[in-house]
Ligand binder design. Sequence first.
Ligand SMILES: [Zn+2]
Length: 191
Amino acid sequence: MSDPVGAVPEDAYVDPRAAAVLRRYEAAFAGGAGSRGRAGAAVAGLPIPVERIAEDLLGLEVRESDALGEASGLLVPRERRVWLAGDEPAPRKRFTLAHEIGHWVCQCREGRTQVADVLCREVDLSTDTVTRALEREANIFAAELLMPRAAVRAVWEREQDVAAAAARFAVSDVAMGWRLYALGHVAYKPV
Ligand SMILES: [Zn+2]
């Protein structure tokens, strides 16, 4: 946790901070570390309780709004509050919340509440490379948090079906497809 603000992990598909958050949640709320096996493999069961992680572990208030315009989510660090677009499907809201947690953990360091608000769109049109790097970092964190690699491997060995796996993790088929592709479980990108 000593890397400079905005640093993107060397390995695009590994962010140890997401696994660390899951371990902390498990230790605090799921009967103690180790009781459910390796963190991420079965932490508090699937799907990953992203809203409880935000509220109970990180002390963030999660609310919905119909006034975010084009944005899917908004992090207001000084208020420790996340706004989610109220009209999006539940799997999308879960990914957006995990993404905002990524901004909070990776870039706000869970306490630097004086940093500016972060408004996030599905497709970031910004050409500002710093902004794009921060968005990418938050997306990597979100994928790691919602779809831990050990759990993905275990589910994929049984399901072998993208939609069924997506249902287990309560993510969209597209998010699941990208995760399976990134981890080398499938050879094709989602359409
Ligand atoms: Zn963002």
